[in-house]
Design a protein around this ligand. Structure first.
Ligand code: BES
Ligand code: MN
Ligand code: ZN
Length: 500
């Protein structure tokens, strides 16, 4: 989809030829005399329309308006969150029309900040996303162009560019998490990463079973050994900062399908375990956005990717394996495989001498129970890092919630037969999983995001959400050291065409 940003007078908004004009309305609006403003005033007065968030009123071929359709959309208090809801509702309403070119006017809002503009762009892209990879005929995306009209370019440009860059990252993350496991094997994920390596500032390296064995990643290998699909350990680098600058490391859980292994899962909804590489997808999406936004910092992405399958060679409950850190692990439940692939990636991260490490994983059903689909679970041993992640969640409307890491939660991981067991009891399952990871993250500031509840929607709107790409991108942007000027001259054109 193609986005464009402009300032337009009310008269120009009425005169702009397009298939649909969406007008966001918040609170009281001025008594404009142009046809659109009059329509808003009349509709509010008659009680046929309210500025309450998400309310819609449609009109067709109205007098004095060049747009074929007009949609008034209530944007409540005009906050970024309300703007997101309003734009999403309006775009969904347009989905079954033939609209190709949409004019989205934010001009009637009392205040339009960077975050509201970004939210508007992201809501458009989100509502317009269509999955088509495994359909026999390509699904036609009718919507091609969105022109965003704002009162001031200066107050909107930054948010707009961020939104356009982020939209591409989000679309990539959704795409990979939605793909069925036979169309998103570890090898295919590695190819997706390699494709990102063609973008400015990004380099990619992919390790296979031999290299991973050489590194001593016995825990990761134990998960992969039940599958015919060879594992991949993907390393992405985005170099936007000075050479000597320590990188921020993102680690994404890349289980391309989680059957549970020998501790097999029940059949119902097992298909959804194709999104068990949602963490990996969010890392790929974040790198896609970094390539657009070109911030001045260094980022490394690590993705341990494999399937978790039952097989004659599969790891068995009770098996003890040796992780890259040297710690031995008793695998009491083969369905707690995420932590087993992440722990070796955490140990690998030590050699990068990172400023901070954030792992992102669809790690536990317990986190879905604890926080649902609203906030991701966030765990951190470092208060500054936790605060930065929480702030990034707030500013990007991609929320997370800090969870505890008291040492007592690790008691259940004790075992007679190894240094640590991979599961404790059912109680506090999201926290005990984080405590397991923490054992491998002692050498750097570390945080863990459990996105089991937020990366995917079940039910009617079934599919990947692309979360937490917005949170991660805002977090990374907050980590750019203040004194540094933009690193390179390869500034991409935000607002340029995107098919993603
Ligand atoms: N991938 C699952 C977690 C999950 C569950 C993600 C539901 C998304 C939705 C993970 O590998 C898993 O199976 N975790 C187990 C851990 C348990 C065996 C300690 C779980 O949550 O049941
Ligand atoms: Mn599992
Ligand atoms: Zn899993």
């Amino acid at each position: 989809m193609d986005f464009e940003l402009k300032t337009l007078t009310p008269a120009r908004i009425c005169a702009e030829k397009c298939d649909a004009l969406i007008v966001l309305v918040a609170g009281e609006t001025g008594a404009g005399t142009d046809p659109v403003s009059k329509m808003v005033t009349l509709a509010l007065k008659a009680g046929d329309f309210e500025s309450k968030t998400g309310k819609l009123l449609g009109a067709y071929r109205s007098e004095g308006v060049a747009a074929t359709r007009v949609l008034l959309a209530g944007a409540g208090d005009g906050s970024a969150k309300s703007v997101r809801t309003a734009v999403h509702a309006a775009m969904v309403a347009l989905k079954n029309t033939n609209a190709r070119r949409v004019l989205l006017s934010l001009c009637a809002l009392p205040q339009v900040g960077q975050e509201a503009v970004r939210a508007a762009v992201l809501a458009c892209a989100d509502a317009a996303y269509l999955y088509s990879t495994t359909k026999s005929k390509p699904v036609e995306q009718k919507l091609r162009q969105v022109l965003v009209a704002v009162p001031s370019l200066a107050a909107s440009r930054g948010g707009f560019d961020k939104g356009v860059g982020l939209a591409r990252g989000l679309a990539l993350a959704k795409e990979w998490a939605n793909r069925p496991a036979n169309h998103a094997t570890p090898t295919m994920l590695a190819q997706a990463a390699r494709d990102l390596g063609k973008l400015p500032g990004i380099k990619v390296e992919v390790l296979g079973p031999k290299e991973v064995a050489k590194l001593g990643m016995g825990s990761f290998m134990a998960v992969a050994q039940g599958s015919e699909e060879p594992l991949r350990f993907i390393v992405l680098r985005y170099d936007g900062g000075a050479k000597a600058e320590a990188p921020v490391v993102l680690i994404g859980k890349g289980i391309t399908f989680d059957t549970g292994g020998i501790s097999i899962k029940p059949a119902a909804e097992m298909d959804e375990m194709k999104y068990d590489m949602g963490g990996a997808a969010s890392v790929l999406g974040t790198f896609r956005a970094l390539a657009e936004l070109q911030p001045a910092l260094n980022v490394v992405g690590l993705i341990p990717a494999c399937e978790n399958m039952p097989d004659g060679r599969a790891v068995k409950p009770g098996d003890v394996v040796t992780s890259m850190s040297g710690q031995t692990i008793e695998i009491l439940n083969t369905d707690a495989e995420g932590r087993l692939v992440l722990c070796d990636a955490l140990t690998y991260a030590e050699r990068l001498k990172p400023r901070a490490v954030v792992d992102i994983a669809t790690l536990t059903g317990a986190c879905v129970i604890a926080l649902g689909g609203v906030r991701s679970g966030m765990f951190s041993s470092d208060d500054a890092l936790a605060q930065a992640l929480a702030a990034a969640g707030d500013s990007s409307l991609d929320l997370c919630w800090r969870m505890p890491l008291d040492d007592e939660y690790a008691d259940g991981l004790k075992t007679h037969f190894a240094d640590v067991a991979n599961v404790a009891g059912r109680a506090g399952g999201a926290i005990t999983a984080a405590k397991f990871l923490q054992r491998f993250a002692g050498k750097f500031p570390w945080a863990h995001l459990d996105i089991a509840g937020t990366a995917w929607k079940s039910g009617a709107a079934k599919g990947a959400t692309g979360r937490p790409v917005p949170l991660l991108v805002d977090f990374l942007l907050s980590q750019v050291l203040p004194a540094r000027a933009p690193a390179r001259t390869r500034t991409p054109k935000a607002g340029a065409k995107s098919n993603a």
